[in-house]
Design a protein around this ligand. Sequence first.
Ligand code: IMP
Length: 196
Amino acid sequence: MKELVVASNNQGKIREIKQMIDGISLLSLNDIGFTDDIDEPFQTFEENALAKAGTVHQFCNKNVFADDSGICANALHGAPGVNSAHYNGSRDDAANLQQLLADLTDKVDRSGYYKAVMCLIWDDETYFFEGVCEGQIIKEPIGEGGFGYDPIFIPNGYDKTFAELPPDVKNEISHRGKAVRKMVAFIKERLETEAS
Ligand code: IMP
């Protein structure tokens, strides 16, 4: 079975991605013995995803993908965006969520979106896949599931937060789900071409 390294240590993301990919052996950074922290210094999701995928590819020389993702509030001109994971200066999900609520306190426009960009390095070529999920950022956290900003994000067309919706529903409509499905379709096509 062909191997693919997920260049992430975020257990919430890895868990979600594992639920969406089969037919490929998915390796984590632990599995390949990569223990360094990878910086995300850039101001676009694409550049950060490429930096992460490139670093891990150089380390293991295997097929690898990295994603960069975040939540963007329209009233805050797209913030937290690429800074979602450390918006208040820490990597504490609950503190970052509270920071976003504080920044939105006096804003009427509560619309926003999650965005995910996957960078795949497959047979030494680089590809990008993107997914967006639009919704509303509510004033109080509701729900126990998901991770990060999920308790304050209600996707358009639903009346529950991502932290209340079952994981399979979130995967179906989420930014990451959309981007991963595009990437998986691409990989399947490549595997079929290689097999024929
Ligand atoms: P990174 O992609 O590892 O830089 O982290 C993205 C950050 O964006 C996460 O740590 C979360 O704060 C936030 N984020 C991205 N996707 C999601 C999601 O599906 N649910 C909740 N928070 C998310």
